[in-house]
Design a protein around this ligand. Structure first.
Ligand code: NAP
Length: 504
């Protein structure tokens, strides 16, 4: 990596370092030294965020929209360095980093236009009814207001779109909430460059530097200090079920509990209905394989489990998936730890009772190649561990007897980010009883496509019942995600002079 890292934290616009450093562990190159985060730095960042919160909440929507656009511009200005560093740190190809940067700046700009439009404020007015009997009604107005400082945990698998200036940060700043980011130690250099871009945008616009801080990782007590700091009012997190649950529990146990918006694990089941399977089973199998293997399978929307009615059509589907997966070369995984977890998880699935191996990974170290397994419905239902996410390119086919057993399997899933139907016109009646089950299970139900590739838009829901997320009422992708960092306030009989500008 040719970029010169300063290796410091960014606390309210200031570069701050501690004595201890950790060395990044890039997929390529020697790595660099970064200052280790500490609870004392978290304390400073939270103090600055609290001091800035009231002023930031009072900024106009136009001022915040300009900030989001300036951050996007500053990120674009550092595009080449971000691509080079991000690719070296994560092992993801440069084209993926370029695409993810476009998504990141695109969502910053989308939030700018979203808050300019103002609909997100959900402004309501019940005019006074002074003559109403038996009691008059007061004048009532309602609007969404920012919650205060928000903690954001950068995700390992989206070093840009869900990290320092990713969706959580964009939504919080758009809402008018200062942000304290806990950088992910898998990509500290990428985080640093993006953090510098955010600071430059804040400086250029003369805004309060306390609205943004980045504390690099390195130690568990950084994340713990952040979610338990009384000045933090909400948390955005993408990561593991174990880590997310631990931090969620800390949020719930605070003297003042706060919402923890965790986007955790999902196996994203795909139901292949019989007419579709008969008509185009091989094409569905090849498409599924491409979705499973994309980005070494390191997507929360990876469709890890396919359910299909047993028979020759199912054979065609599985054969095509196996052929396509066998041709996928070894891919570098995001971290050594994730590669180890993947290899261990695949061993666990492959050695479970009743599981047949169609394709086994031959890669080693930090690389992975796809695995493909099959199991009967009875064996799958008997082993809950088979329903756990294995983060990486791993597919498990559940062969069912008939439509009733497919429905039984559908009912057995815990909360998911997505559920997919592959169906043709003749499958619609069979799909009808599945629909309420899938709606209850998942944040997004899709047909004849694959769930990887999440559109950032007004209608997107990237969330779902636990354990897909810790808050089923929210999404972490799309403009609706701003609602996580807002709360409704009702103004009763307030004189216009005291109402927020957006209400008058
Ligand atoms: P992670 O281990 O949950 O870590 C995410 C962030 O939370 C990191 O900043 C981590 O800090 C922090 N953290 C985790 N546990 C903590 C605790 N008990 N106390 C304080 N801070 C804590 O997730 P990851 O590193 O991204 O990946 C590990 C696994 O997560 C993967 O193998 C995969 O299974 C899963 N994952 C799932 C998704 C998804 O979208 N569903 C996305 C990414 C990863 P430190 O790094 O400093 O420990």
């Amino acid at each position: 990596m040719s970029y010169e890292f300063h290796g410091a934290h960014l606390i309210a616009g200031q570069r701050r370092s501690t004595e201890a450093t950790f060395r990044s562990s890039p997929a390529e190159g020697p790595g660099a030294d970064f200052s280790v985060g500490t609870p004392a730095l978290v304390d400073e960042a939270c103090a600055a965020a609290k001091a800035a919160a009231q002023g930031f909440a009072a900024t106009t929507r136009e001022q915040r929209a300009a900030l989001l656009e300036a951050i996007a511009d500053q990120i674009d200005a550092r595009g080449d360095a971000i691509t080079a560093c991000g690719s070296a740190e994560t092992g993801l190809p440069p084209a993926r980093l370029q695409g993810e940067r476009a998504r990141t700046t695109g969502q910053l700009r989308l939030f700018a236009s979203h808050i300019r439009a103002g609909d997100y404020l959900d402004r309501r007015h019940d005019p006074a009814l002074p003559d109403r009997a038996p009691l008059p009604r007061p004048d009532l107005r309602m609007m969404q207001r920012p919650v205060g400082p928000v903690a954001v945990f950068g995700a390992s698998n989206f070093p840009l779109a869900f990290s320092v200036a990713g969706g959580d940060t964009a939504a919080a700043l758009a809402a008018g909430c200062p942000v304290v980011v806990k950088g992910h130690s898998a990509h500290p250099g990428t985080g640093e460059i993006v953090g510098d871009a955010v600071v430059a945008a804040i400086e250029a616009l003369g805004m309060d530097p306390g609205i943004f801080s980045l504390v690099q990782g390195g130690r568990r007590d950084v994340g713990e200090a952040l979610v338990t700091d009384p000045r933090i009012k909400a948390v955005g997190f993408t990561g593991s079920l174990t880590g997310g649950r631990a931090l969620f529990n800390l949020c719930a146990a605070r003297p003042e509990p706060i919402p923890f918006f965790g986007e955790l694990g999902s196996v994203n089941p795909m139901f292949v209905l019989p007419e579709a399977c008969a008509a185009r089973g091989a094409a569905i199998g090849a498409g599924w394989a491409a979705s499973l293997a994309m980005g070494a399978g390191q997507f929360c929307t990876n469709p890890g489990i396919a359910i299909v009615i047993d028979g020759p059509e199912a054979d065609a589907f599985v054969d095509a998936a196996e052929k396509a997966l066998a041709a996928v070369p070894a891919q570098v995984m995001l971290t050594d730890g994730m590669a180890t977890a993947f290899h261990d998880g695949a061993k666990r699935v492959g050695s479970a009772a009743g599981v047949a191996t169609r394709l086994a990974d031959t890669a080693e170290g930090r690389t992975a190649r796809p695995h493909l397994f099959e199991v009967t419905a009875a064996d799958w239902l008997a082993d809950h561990a088979l329903a756990e996410e294995v983060f990486g390119p791993l597919g498990l086919v559940i062969r069912v007897r008939d439509a009733d057993q497919m429905l039984e399997i559908a009912r057995s899933f815990v909360g998911q980010l997505t559920a997919t139907l592959q169906l043709d016109d003749g499958d619609v009646e069979m799909a009808r009883p599945l629909m309420p089950v899938l709606e209850a299970m998942a944040g997004r139900v899709l047909a004849n496509g694959f769930p990887t590739g999440v559109e950032v838009s007004d209608t997107m829901v990237h969330g779902g019942p636990y354990p897909a997320s810790t808050n089923f009422g929210a999404t972490s992708v799309g403009t609706l995600s701003i609602r996580r960092f807002l709360r409704p306030v009702c103004y009763q009989n307030l004189p216009a002079a005291l109402l927020p500008a957006d209400l008058v």
